[in-house]
Design a protein around this ligand. Sequence first.
Ligand code: BTN
Length: 279
Amino acid sequence: MREGQCDVLQPDVIRKKLGQSVFAANIIFHETLSSTNTLAKNLGARGAPEGTLVLTEKQTAGRGRMGRRWLSPANANLLFSVLLRPVLEAEQVFSLTMVFALAIIDGLKKISGVSPVIKWPNDLYLAGGKLAGILTEFSVVGRSVEYVVFGLGLNVNWNPAEKEGTGYPATSILAEAGKRVSRTDLLVEILKRFEAYSGEAVSGRLGGFYKRWNERSMLLGKGVEIETANGRISGKASRIDRKGAIIILDEHGHEQRVLSGDVSVLDHTGHGSRLNASS
Ligand code: BTN
């Protein structure tokens, strides 16, 4: 972006740049919203079409995983949710979160040059700070997925010096790349890739993605402790499987499979450090 250029999100411009993409068909933009995920879920329950994109400049009740809040100043970052209706069983949805993470990584590389890593299950980290968080929420009928909402909060043109009060070690593209980037171009790059990647993944072509999300994972080989709905699991993170579950080798050398949870990385003394303390 050139110095002095204004980076305003305009649905018409986004629609035009998205061209034939499924995400161009139903763009819902509000300057302020409680949460793009909440609105996208409500729309999903009321039959909104595949590809619905909900976008805002400011959230008054942005949500993260595990009931946390997502804080972001207005007009600086990307805050959006997309709705998909993939023909999948519920357990396969987690692999789409990994595919979404890869689409974000590739879009970021193209537009800004930064290269974050994935902190399973839903964060992107860059230089030790949290760059982005994904919130995946879905509805299931029987064993099949009715709709999935993928929400993204991505710190773009925000100076993390302003982060005081947010309570987590955040970073942004501006902080790491030292330049402002066009949020519109970044959004479009991410969405075009996500459309292509998710299409392949849903048709069962996961091989390349599976390899890449393992190569990009910052937890593998590390001692971790995971807080799950069924208690705590600790051991060494060994890989993320094809359904997006992390495989932990416990102290007895047995594999434990975890689909979702909150991870702490253990230091050599066995103490945990919460990388996403209050994301
Ligand atoms: C996390 O780090 O736990 C996930 C954060 C996800 C935040 C995004 S911002 C856009 C979308 N709407 C929300 O309310 N949350 C997601």
